[in-house]
Write a protein that binds this ligand. Structure first.
Ligand code: SF4
Length: 286
C-alpha cells in the first residue's frame, strides 16, 4: 500500500478559454503551410510554449516580428487595431480570444456608445485590460482599487466593466465607492467564474490535506495565487512546473496529498504529476 493517497481538486487546470486557444494553436501548427506565430506567449506556461514551438507555433513579441503566415490572438484578446493591421499586411488572423473576454469588449463598447464614462476594474497594463481599453476607446479609465478614484473627476453617467479574473470583492469595493459619487451607475459584471472556482476548490482541498502540490508556470499569476491560497491553509505547499521537480522528502509524513493546477496547466501535466506522486507514495512505503 502507498504511504499516502493523492486527491486532485474538483476544479483544476486549464479553463475553457485557454483550452480552446491551445486547441486552436495546436491545430494551426499541424495544418499550416507557412509560419505560425502567437502574439506573445499563448499561456504563462514555459513547457507548453516550448511544446508549441516544437510543433511550429512560435512566439512573436509584436506584429513587427511577423513577416508572413498566421498570427494567433491569445485568449486575453488584443486591441482592434492589431487585428486590422495584421489583416492589412496580408497575415492570416486566427482569433483565439476567449468568448468571455469578447463579452467584456462588447459590454465596454455598448456602455460607451450609450454615453457612459467607462471604468474598467482591473490590473493596469495587463494584456486583457489593454484589449478592453482598445475596444472602449479614449476616455475609459482603469482602476484596481477604490483608492484610485478620488483623484479622478467623476459625475453623470458612469459604466463599469471588470477584467474577467478579478474578484467580486474588488468589483464591489469600486462600485460602492462610485455609488456615492455618480448620478447614474451601470455595472456589467464580466467576472469569469473559472478563476474563483479554482481558488475555492484549492482552498477547500488544502484545508484538509497534509501536503499540497500546485502545478503550473512560475510566471503564471493565477498559479502563484493558487499556491499562496494553499500555503495559507497548508504550509507544506509546493509549486512545481513539472512532475520531475517533485521530491519524496516533501511527503515523508503525509497521509493525504492534494493537487491543484493553474488555469494555464494542461491536463497531461496534471496526469504526469499525479502519476509521479503515486509512484513516490509507493516508494516511501516500500
Ligand atoms: S479565465 Fe475565463 S475569461 Fe479567462 S480565458 Fe479562462 S474561461 Fe476565458
Amino acid at each position: 500500500m502507498a504511504a499516502f493517497c493523492v486527491e486532485v481538486a474538483d476544479r483544476a487546470g486549464v479553463c475553457y478559454g485557454v483550452e480552446r486557444a491551445l486547441r486552436m494553436a495546436r491545430d494551426a501548427g499541424l495544418a499550416a503551410t507557412g509560419r505560425v506565430h502567437t502574439l506573445g506567449p499563448l499561456i504563462h506556461n514555459p513547457i507548453v510554449v516550448q511544446d508549441l514551438a516544437a510543433s511550429g507555433v512560435e512566439v512573436a513579441d509584436s506584429l513587427d516580428d511577423v513577416e508572413s503566415g498566421t498570427v494567433i490572438v491569445r485568449a486575453h484578446g488584443v486591441v482592434p487595431e492589431i487585428v486590422r493591421e495584421a489583416s492589412d499586411r496580408g497575415l492570416e488572423v486566427l482569433d483565439a480570444t476567449c468568448p468571455y473576454v469578447k463579452k467584456v469588449h462588447r459590454a465596454a463598447e455598448r456602455l460607451v456608445s450609450e454615453g457612459y464614462r467607462l471604468i474598467i476594474v482591473g490590473e493596469p497594463g495587463h494584456p486583457e485590460v489593454e484589449g478592453i481599453l482598445g475596444h472602449a476607446g479614449p476616455g475609459a479609465v482603469v482602476v484596481s482599487d477604490p483608492a484610485e478614484l478620488p483623484t479622478m473627476e467623476i459625475g453623470g453617467k458612469v459604466g463599469v466593466v471588470v477584467q474577467t479574473t478579478q474578484t467580486a470583492e474588488a468589483l464591489s469595493a469600486v462600485v460602492a465607492a462610485l455609488a456615492a459619487r455618480t448620478g447614474e451607475l451601470r455595472v456589467i459584471n464580466t467576472i469569469c467564474a473559472a478563476t474563483q472556482e479554482r481558488q475555492d476548490s484549492a482552498a477547500k482541498l488544502a484545508s484538509r490535506v497534509d501536503a499540497m502540490v500546485v502545478v503550473g508556470g512560475k510566471n503564471s499569476g493565477n498559479t502563484r495565487r493558487l499556491a499562496e491560497i494553499c500555503r495559507d491553509r497548508c504550509p507544506a505547499t509546493f509549486h512545481i512546473e513539472d512532475a520531475a521537480e517533485l521530491e519524496s522528502s516533501w511527503f515523508a509524513h503525509a497521509r493525504v496529498v492534494g493537487l491543484t493546477a493553474g488555469a494555464s496547466t494542461p491536463p497531461e501535466h496534471i496526469d504526469r504529476a499525479v502519476e509521479a506522486l503515486r509512484s513516490i507514495g509507493e516508494g516511501l512505503e516500500a
